[in-house]
Design a binder for this molecule. Structure first.
Ligand code: MSK
Length: 662
């Protein structure tokens, strides 16, 4: 029966043209895709082959904001028609884009607010399972925001910091606290254009209002509000999430650990935590180390309990504690196909509903834990931080029961890669400058002397519309080969980690200048900074580069670029927009939800840069994407007068030796 079903899925996949080599370069995922087809199980790759994207929606040429429509325009002749209310293609697109920014920003902001709620309850003693693990970071963030720290108790400083950061969300007038971290010239530009965020709730509310039918119908005006909202995520919600998570759970420092499905262990109870908020994962970590639960696992015949992460909370735990990571977004269903996962606990964001069916097929215990994210038919064990272990112990206990009663044959791909993760922006400071002169000066110096051409952030999701991991890996290969230092977060980080780029030895793949810096410092040419909210670390690093000097006065002056080559979520659009509004050229792959050549498209892809911001770019091909980013970096180098130093580095060995001696 199963065999027959399997043959049907295989045939269906063939008919739909699903050639496994075309959909993923992740060998472990490919192996599990083959097994899924043998087992008669469908996962997102099959569903993607079975679902043609709506061409009108893909171009964002439709509007369903009221019941006079939905209206749709012709992407080939977008100005030929208008909606029933008279809205033009530019209004359609800026509204749709604005709502993507709002949804993505709300996700990060709500995550950040949860972290802040937890912080408050820890400070006032209502939650005792967590404590402040990094008082040094607490003090430095407090000082940066103008809070007095000298001679004060940690609790007093923490409460003042809480009150200050609460403004990030609730403030109705003024500027969000981390506006203080923005380079003055960038902030001046924001003020000039009226895009400095007040409070995230206000910006989100206003953006939703202005994208309602019959409100803001001027794409330029709407772009200001969607930029202000995106900035309230990057320099607001996400930045608070990162900083508070560091204060509560520790600021990452480099740690060696493994990624990929080969980290599963057949003879152990395997538990995967997948999602975004680190608090659930931190408590599961306590549970799996509880001697009574470890003993229970042994009594059930297991050698121990093996805890792994997936997606972004996995990337955070990888960075902070060296917890092995089983794979990125497009591998989350595939990993269940191993039959080795005894329990998976999920919290919020990027949790596919399809997981429920796959978990059911393989007898994996799947649990939702967050009241914001439940899945029909999936058992919910609610996670409360004031009794965190109740939920996480229950997940572990259920996993042990499933291990004892494993019925399905287990097949674990024997594939994993070792790498170094955990490069917070503070550690980059220390790594490059040493204990006594921790600073970004050596990074700036190496950019100025041309050994490092520039810095690129390569981040974001995986998407079944492109070959999993391939665009990430090829893009990063091209960048480092051309002496561009790469920083990463989220699922992109995991793609490169699986491909072996997270070892200092990977420096041999870099161009001569970057290789030399990596070998001197002993660092990989690709640095992982954590989860998608940790993109805020890249903003902070950019601010530091400006502050240290020599690379211009604003973020827009820096020889940097960003990319989300396999993006899929609205959060990615919000991230892209906050990078663009901060001054960074940001290239997206896969698809871009817009008709090319409209006025709104021209504004995002060109006009914003002319106003002093960054701009968007789009390319599907990783090599073209790399060329676009490198060309932009070179343009910025030229504007800074640094093009000559790089020519010397690349072309003249004697001059290079002279520079080294200097
Ligand atoms: S998990 S948002 S698929 S990076 Fe943050 Fe990965 Fe993108 Fe989700």
């Amino acid at each position: 029966m199963e065999e027959e079903k399997g043959k049907k899925i295989e045939k269906k996949a063939e008919k739909k043209g699903l050639d496994i080599r075309d959909v993923t370069t992740c060998e472990a995922t490919a192996q599990m895709l083959r097994k899924a087809e043998r087992d008669g199980v469908e996962i997102a790759f099959h569903r993607a082959a079975d679902m043609k994207p709506c061409p009108i929606g893909a171009d964002s040429a439709c509007c369903k904001h009221c019941a006079m429509g939905p209206c749709r325009l012709n992407a080939k002749d977008p100005y030929a028609k208008v909606g029933v209310c008279g809205a033009t293609i530019d209004t359609f697109q800026s509204r749709n884009f604005g709502r993507m920014v709002a949804a993505g920003g709300a996700a990060h902001t709500d995550h950040g607010m949860s972290m802040l709620d937890l912080f408050r309850e820890v400070i006032n003693g209502h939650i005792k399972d967590y404590k402040i693990k990094d008082p040094v970071k607490l003090e430095s963030v407090a000082k940066e925001l103008g809070i007095e720290v000298e001679g004060r108790e940690m609790k007093e400083i923490a409460m003042d910091l809480y009150k200050e950061l609460e403004r990030t969300y609730t403030q109705v007038e003024g500027e969000i606290p981390f506006a203080k971290r923005v380079p003055p010239k960038t902030l001046e530009l924001w003020r000039k254009h009226g895009v400095v965020p007040r409070g995230a709730m206000r910006e989100l509310m206003e953006l939703m209002h202005r994208t309602h039918m019959g409100v803001d119908q001027d794409y330029e005006n709407l772009t200001k509000q969607l930029s202000r909202t995106a900035l309230s995520d990057g320099w607001g919600g996400s930045m608070v999430a990162t900083e508070i998570s560091d204060i509560l759970f520790g600021t990452p420092t480099p740690v060696r650990t493994e990624v990929n499905m080969g980290c599963l262990k057949e003879d152990q109870v395997n538990i995967i935590i997948h999602g975004h908020e680190p608090n659930l994962f931190e408590s599961v970590l306590d549970s799996v180390n509880d001697p009574s639960l470890v003993q229970a696992a042994k009594d059930a015949g297991a050698k121990g309990i093996n805890l792994l992460g997936m997606c972004c909370s996995g990337a955070e735990m990888l960075s902070r504690h060296g917890i092995p990571h089983a794979g990125n977004f497009m591998s989350v269903e595939a990993v269940l196909v191993t039959g080795a996962v005894d329990a998976m606990g999920v919290d919020v964001q990027c949790i596919k509903q399809g997981l429920a069916k796959v978990a059911d097929c393989y007898g994996t215990k799947l649990f939702t834990t967050n009241p914001r994210c439940r899945i029909e038919g999936v058992e919910h064990i609610e996670f409360h931080e004031n009794k965190a272990r109740e939920c996480t112990d229950a997940i572990v206990e259920n996993a042990i029961v499933r291990f004892k009663n494993r019925k399905m044959p287990v097949e674990i791909p024997k594939i994993k890669s070792m790498g170094i993760h955990g490069f917070s922006h503070e550690y980059i400071n220390y790594m490059l400058g040493g204990t006594f002169r921790a600073s970004y000066t050596p990074l700036n110096d190496n950019i100025i002397n041309g050994r490092i051409r520039g810095v690129a952030g390569v981040v974001g999701c995986t998407n079944p519309r492109v070959k999993q991991d391939w665009v990430h890996v090829e893009l990063v290969k091209e960048l480092i080969k051309n002496d561009v230092l790469v920083v990463q977060t989220g699922c992109s980080q995991i793609a490169l980690a699986k491909a072996g780029f997270y070892t200092p030895e990977a420096a041999h793949l870099a161009g001569s200048g970057l290789r030399e810096v990596c070998e001197t410092v002993g660092m990989p040419p690709v640095l992982g900074l954590g989860s998608c909210v940790d993109n805020s670390r890249i903003l902070t690093a950019c601010s530091e580069m400006v502050r240290v000097g020599g690379l211009g006065e604003s973020i827009a002056d820096l020889p940097v670029a960003g990319a989300a080559p396999e993006w899929m979520s609205e959060k990615a659009i919000c991230i892209g927009q906050y990078f663009v509004a901060s001054g960074v050229f940001t290239v997206f792959g896969v698809t871009f939800p817009m008709v090319e050549g409209t006025k709104f498209h021209k504004l995002l892809f060109d006009g914003l840069e002319q106003l002093g911001f960054g701009k968007w770019g789009f390319a599907v091909d990783p090599y073209e994407m790399a060329q676009m980013m490198i060309a932009h970096i070179d343009k910025k180098r030229k504007a800074l007068g640094l093009d000559k130093s790089r020519e010397r580095v690349l072309m003249d060995m004697a001059a290079r030796q002279k520079l080294e001696a200097a």
